[in-house]
Design a protein around this ligand. Structure first.
Ligand SMILES: Cc1cc2nc3c(=O)[nH]c(=O)nc-3n(C[C@H](O)[C@H](O)[C@H](O)COP(=O)(O)OP(=O)(O)OC[C@H]3O[C@@H](n4cnc5c(N)ncnc54)[C@H](O)[C@@H]3O)c2cc1C
Length: 380
């Protein structure tokens, strides 16, 4: 499968703006906060050239409806209709001519415009297109559905004399979330790029959460097994957040049952590739060997084979991939500018357009893509 037809560099200016829109406080560093200051921030990362940190930054959170309501109300060039559900998109000869639907009070409406942007989330984008038989000459609408797996896969005993988080980040009382002055950060450990490439690994982040302070090895059966008596150890839970590779057989399909608007409901058949779980097993292996080799801890992984992991994978509510971006119209639904291959005046924005997924939350990239689309549309 093809990857992104645009590069990270194409998105940099929009990521910078997206940080502001989402009100992510990076202490004025912008994207540099992701690249420089925090790559070796935890002690584990600084103790091994194999490890780096990839950290999640949080917004306050910013509720867009509340935060930007006033701007929308005051904008002279925007009419915003709330509680209005689009059910029908009409198109012919490669062009969309009308949207119609119904208000929550049951009042029908229709809208005509020169350009249409579909931004209803990764499941609804696909459902609207499938329902209205649009944008699907490639048969890719609803395919490559993905989410992010997040699997609590291990317990670790790590040397209690080390602090395994950033030296200038204090452990917040909320489990797993760390606080450097103002900014809320969730640290993840990953591998240096050359190790990921050499081992053909998916992208991932390991969140290491303090489970409890053991104090001394005599307190814990696990630690007795692994450390000499008297050595201070702490017990951690390990969560691996992982990317899934795109799978065209992972689908959203319409079913016969209908919702209150008369729209077909969907059946979700999420099928992570076996490759992803084999990759996870390699990640576990490399991680625990490195921790062992450096004598900074011991890791006890859940004993599972890939098929079991596939069944037990938990989801993170990050819907992805159902209208994928591709410069080849046979392998996707939208082009590099988010314009539908099949309809010259229909654009789609959202994580439905991601051709590959990474392991990080999707919203910053969704906002960056939306800002880029605004730029393109306003200069057309
Ligand atoms: C519990 C939870 C926690 C999450 N945590 C995080 C997180 O920490 N970080 C992060 O980055 N992401 C997180 N996400 C994911 C994040 O919410 C999504 O990535 C993001 O909201 C997607 O943005 P969007 O604008 O594409 O779609 P949405 O936010 O889903 O917006 C789509 C809009 O379209 C409207 N709509 C849908 N269908 C129609 C229709 N037929 N007619 C008219 N309007 C319609 C919907 O009402 C909605 O307002 C989380 C999601 C969940 C559920």
């Amino acid at each position: 499968m093809s990857g992104w037809p645009i590069s990270y560099n194409d998105l940099i200016p929009y990521y910078e703006q997206a940080l502001d829109v989402c009100e992510v406080d990076t202490g004025g560093l912008g994207l540099q906060a992701f690249d420089k200051n925090f790559k070796k921030s935890s002690q584990l990362a600084s103790q091994s050239e194999k490890f780096i940190n990839k950290n999640f930054f949080f917004s306050p959170p910013t509720r867009f409806g509340k935060r930007y309501k006033k701007e929308l109300e005051q904008a002279k060039n925007i009419n915003c209709y709330l509680n209005a559900t689009v059910t029908t998109i009409t198109g012919s000869n490669g062009e969309i001519s009308q949207l119609s639907g119904v208000s929550s009070a049951g009042k029908p409406f229709s809208i005509e415009a020169s350009t249409y942007v579909l931004a209803t989330g990764a499941i609804e984008n696909a459902r609207l297109l499938l329902t209205n038989k649009l944008a699907n000459s490639s048969d890719f609408v609803g395919r490559c559905f993905s989410d992010h797996n997040g699997e609590m896969v291990a317990a670790a005993v790590l040397d209690g004399n080390n602090k395994y988080f950033n030296h200038d980040i204090q452990i917040n009382s909320r489990k797993g979330q760390l606080l450097p002055e103002k900014t809320l950060i969730m640290p993840h450990l990953s591998f240096a790029d050359d190790i990921i490439i050499e081992n053909k690994l998916i992208n991932f982040g390991i969140a290491i959460e303090l489970s409890y302070r053991v104090g001394s090895t005599s307190d814990s059966v696990m630690s007795l097994r692994h450390f000499e008596t008297g050595k201070k150890v702490d017990l951690f839970n390990i969560l691996v957040r992982m990317e899934n590779t795109p799978n065209p057989n992972s689908t959203i399909k319409l079913i016969n049952s209908r919702d209150i608007y008369g729209m077909p409901r969907i059946k979700l058949d999420w099928q992570p590739n076996r490759y992803d779980f084999e990759s996870l097993l390699k990640i576990r292996d490399i991680f625990s060997k490195e921790v062992l080799n450096r004598n900074i801890g011991r890791v006890q992984w859940k004993q599972v084979d890939p098929s079991q992991l596939q069944q037990s994978a938990s989801i993170q509510a990050h819907h992805l991939g159902t209208t994928r971006m591709s410069d080849n119209p046979e392998l996707g639904v939208v082009d590099e500018n988010l314009r539908c291959h099949d309809h010259s005046n229909l654009y789609i924005v959202g994580s439905s357009c991601f051709p590959s997924f990474g392991f990080a939350s999707a919203t910053l990239t969704i906002v960056a893509l939306a800002l880029r689309l605004v730029d393109k549309l306003s200069t057309n």
